[in-house]
Design a protein around this ligand. Structure first.
Ligand SMILES: O=C(O)CCC(=O)C(=O)O
Length: 408
């Protein structure tokens, strides 16, 4: 079977062109070479020729549904694979079912030193709950825009973040990130003394009439993940030769945040500054990411390397992808790296749920006692978590880099 692939200009053109193909039932693939996207067409051609099941499956299954989508996806497949690379980063796997905590801590240390990312398995969260979180998240993002806008993000960053509103990397991105999000923090009544601080206060919740199970599902997940966060933080502490509970008292009313995300099925093109999520390092301590089965996450291990090498981190069933944030890099005097990452999407809707495990607002982030010596003095002055985040948000708003850029 052959398909004809055109891929020039806009999606609209390709849909129009593709629709004609659909109507006349053309079944011929012509691999057009010699122009900008030749490499990608060859990729598609090779995949179809070699009977690549996934590619065929995706094309075929969409074809049954709706011709527009069929062509949209075919077009997507003809693009620069939305920046996907052939290389997959084989991350370490941390298994929380492992009994020997000290051995596990050594594995965490290796993962933190080598990649700043790892898969976490046997984390103890019921997979049915995770499925339900994705189901509820999709229900919210499927609501009409007007309905979603009723819980528009407030001054504490809580609530709905519309498509393209955020740009995680204002330097490299030419447009807002092609995703929408919802931000949920530590629930706190308006009259709580801490609610006067930035980022603190009540959450926004979608209408119970529309989504009766939303709040309960997301809150249950939020607090279960907090326990997983404490567990991994204790392994990080052991990995740094600190007491297992070293970080625990810093999480009394923490600035943790749950963020369901929906990538809207656009086609990323890193060369043209179009991303699902622009290249960035997370601001905080640890991030726990659950994704659907669609790939998109990529990491760049050598932050200053030129050209940058981006490696795919594919989803792994029943696991979280955990990464270290800039704050932990600062805390450890640069020992543990906050690895740059981004999301590139290839025309298919993608859902993920990120959980940012960050300490109390007034926690002082000061070089950890085991991370400096006479030979290696602290690189950064102490700063509170709140001020650190303010600095990060300000530098992003001013369009500058958001890594740890203020050494002593
Ligand atoms: O959706 C993903 O896979 C990653 C999201 C992310 O990196 C972020 O929101 O900081």
């Amino acid at each position: 079977m052959k398909f004809l692939v055109s891929g020039h200009g806009s999606i609209r053109n390709s849909i129009k062109f593709g629709f004609q193909i659909w109507c006349v039932g053309v079944t011929k693939l012509e691999c057009v070479t010699g122009e900008g996207r030749a490499r990608e067409r060859i990729w598609l051609y090779e995949r179809l020729r070699s009977n690549d099941f996934e590619t065929r499956g995706r094309v075929a299954s969409t074809r049954l549904n709706f011709p527009f989508l069929f062509l949209h996806q075919l077009y997507a497949l003809s693009l620069p694979m939305a920046g996907h690379t052939e290389s997959v980063l084989p991350l370490h796997v941390i298994d929380l079912a492992e009994n020997d905590r000290h051995l596990l801590a050594q594995k965490v240390k290796k993962a933190c030193l080598e990649h700043g990312f790892f898969y976490l398995i046997n984390h103890g969260i019921d997979l049915k709950l995770i499925d339900k979180v994705f189901e509820q998240s999709k229900l919210f993002f499927d609501l009409p825009v007007d309905e979603k806008m009723r819980s528009l993000q407030d001054n504490n960053y809580r609530g709905y973040v519309p498509i393209g509103k955020e740009t995680l990397n204002p330097i490299e991105s030419k447009q807002g990130d092609s995703r929408e999000a919802y931000f949920i923090g530590w629930e706190m009544s308006e009259d709580h003394p801490l609610a006067l601080k930035p980022l603190h206060g009540p959450n926004q919740w979608p209408s119970k009439d529309l989504l009766p199970e939303w709040r309960e599902t997301l809150e249950t997940y939020f607090y279960k993940l907090l326990e997983v966060g404490h567990c991994v933080a204790s392994l990080v502490a052991l990995a740094l030769d600190l007491e297992a509970d070293y970080f625990r008292h810093m999480f009394m009313a923490p600035a943790v945040a749950l963020r369901p995300l929906h990538y809207i099925g656009e086609i990323s093109c890193p060369e043209e500054g179009r991303f699902g999520t622009g290249p960035h390092g997370d601001y905080g301590m640890l991030t726990f990411l659950a994704t659907d089965e669609n790939r998109g996450l990529q990491v760049c291990r050598a932050r200053d390397g030129e050209p940058k090498l981006w490696e795919d981190v594919p989803p792994k069933k029943e696991s979280f992808i955990v990464n270290l944030g800039d704050m932990l890099e600062r805390w450890t005097n640069g020992l543990f790296k906050s690895t740059q990452h981004r999301v590139v999407t290839d025309g298919i809707d993608r859902y993920s749920v990120a959980y940012f495990y960050d300490p109390d607002y007034d926690t002082v982030i000061e070089c950890l006692p085991t991370c400096h010596s006479e030979e290696f003095p602290p690189n950064y002055p102490p700063i509170t978590m709140g001020d650190y985040f303010k600095m990060k948000f300000t530098s992003r708003a001013q369009g500058s880099s958001n890594m740890n850029s203020t050494p002593i």
